[in-house]
Design a protein around this ligand. Structure first.
Ligand code: HEC
Ligand code: HEC
Length: 362
């Protein structure tokens, strides 16, 4: 019994120390008041709102309308929601997504939440802001295939959108800039910090919050390989995100392949040393976002953990230093694998995927 308490105390202190050290923006005070209320509790990170695009209720609603509206595609068959469904933490459940006229993309749809704390978007990090990002799928020939001129015309011809644009951006004419600003406002308003793991900081009856197995999984997640852990946190760090949002460390090669069919971050920088690097995703809501990795190669979490246990390509060019530093397979036991999966499931936020504020407004 005593040792169980000790374990819990150690894990809690690691969480708290990491929280303080890694994320100086944690703010226990009430937050910067914004006209648009984002649901949150104490100890969430401070907002990082776009400087040139203050959130308003009308702007968020306009963005939400656009997100759910297929008129953003050439033949009005595809909306953002086609590939980003709320019940799946805004992913689509497919290995790789399908765009307009059934065209198959090469990558897995990414989940959408807590995006205001990101500074690189897409698996290869090729967009630096949401305003830049959102216009890409609209115009991409294999996604929504709509040119911005036609989009603006369509919106101008719609009484509903004319009214909502005027409410969101008074006195401005409808243009791609304000389409992207509205979509950014909606995406920024989508936050998820209400999973069982979030209770851990505030409760002493820890085992009533998450299971003993999940606690062991958390400890494996947080412990370096040298000390018998699985060392996930070096990359999926930056608690409370369970992903790496720092500019320097957000792109990494976790050893999926010995040679690359998708060069990832290389497409952005042209540097040989960036081949095979992809955005380190947040593991929040990971239970809901199968299949996994940029190409959706793993069907379930068990396959992902098998990969990290025994399948890392140690010869992969540009393999991350956090793996190279121990340079061996983890060879986790079945119990350890099960514990990590149990822990990952404590990152599921059911209040997020059922939040009426994120549902279709139509
Ligand atoms: C045809 C499917 C499809 C449609 C339609 C689509 N997306 Fe995506 N989305 C994806 C895929 C696939 C990725 C990852 C693409 C990549 O890395 O190249 C992605 C990535 C993103 C990202 C990056 C997230 C991150 O963490 O970096 C955002 C934001 C996003 N989409 C928002 C939108 C919005 C807004 C729309 C509507 C204007 C939209 N998407 C339409 C499939 C789609
Ligand atoms: C060296 C850095 C690194 C380490 C260590 C690491 N990861 Fe990852 N992880 C990544 C990167 C990068 C990706 C995305 C790779 C891709 O798609 O090409 C990823 C993807 C994932 C995914 C799939 C996410 C998605 O949305 O598809 C899961 C789940 C995951 N990691 C869990 C873990 C667990 C559990 C551990 C510890 C056993 C771990 N990771 C250790 C870097 C790392």
């Amino acid at each position: 019994m005593k040792s169980k308490f000790l374990l819990v105390a150690v894990i809690l202190s690691v969480l708290i120390i990491k929280g303080c050290k890694k994320d100086p923006e944690i703010n226990k005070e009430a937050n910067t008041p914004t006209p648009y209320e984002i649901p949150r509790t104490a100890a969430y990170p401070q907002f990082k709102l776009p400087a040139n695009n203050p959130l308003t209720e009308e702007g968020v609603l306009l963005g939400r309308m656009l997100f759910y509206d297929p008129i953003l595609s050439r033949d009005s068959t595809i909306s953002c929601e086609s590939c980003h469904r709320l019940n799946l933490a805004f992913t689509d459940g497919a290995k790789v997504s399908k765009g307009i006229r059934g065209q198959v993309l090469s990558r897995n749809a990414m989940p959408l939440f807590n995006l205001m704390w990101n500074n690189k978007f897409f698996w290869d990090g090729r967009a630096n802001s949401l305003q830049e990002q959102v216009l890409v799928p609209i115009q991409a020939h294999n996604e929504m295939d709509l040119d911005l001129f036609t989009l603006v015309q369509t919106l101008q011809n719609s009484t509903r959108y004319k009214k909502q644009f005027e409410a969101a951006f008074p006195g401005k004419i409808i243009s791609p800039e304000f389409v992207s600003k509205a979509l950014e406002q909606f995406l920024v308003s989508v936050v998820s910090f209400n999973a069982p793991i979030d209770q851990l900081k505030f409760r002493t009856d820890t085992l009533n919050v998450i299971s003993a197995s999940a606690l062991r999984g958390l400890q494996l997640f947080l412990t370096p390989v040298e000390n018998g852990g699985a060392d996930c946190f070096h990359c999926h760090s930056n608690i409370p995100f369970f992903g790496n949002n720092s500019l320097a460390g957000s792109m990494s090669n976790n050893g999926l392949d010995a040679s690359f069919t998708d060069n990832g971050f290389f497409a952005v920088t042209g540097k040989e040393s960036d081949k095979g690097k992809f955005k380190i995703p947040s593991l929040r809501n990971i239970e809901l976002t199968a299949p996994y990795m940029h190409d959706g190669r793993f069907d379930n979490l068990e396959e992902v953990i098998d990969f990290y246990s025994d399948g890392i390509n140690l010869n992969s060019p540009n393999l991350d230093i956090n793996i190279l530093s121990h340079n061996a397979q983890l060879h986790l036991t079945q119990q350890q694998k099960d514990d990590i999966v149990e822990f990952l499931k404590t990152l599921t936020d059911n209040s997020f995927v059922t939040n009426p504020a994120y549902k279709s407004p139509f």
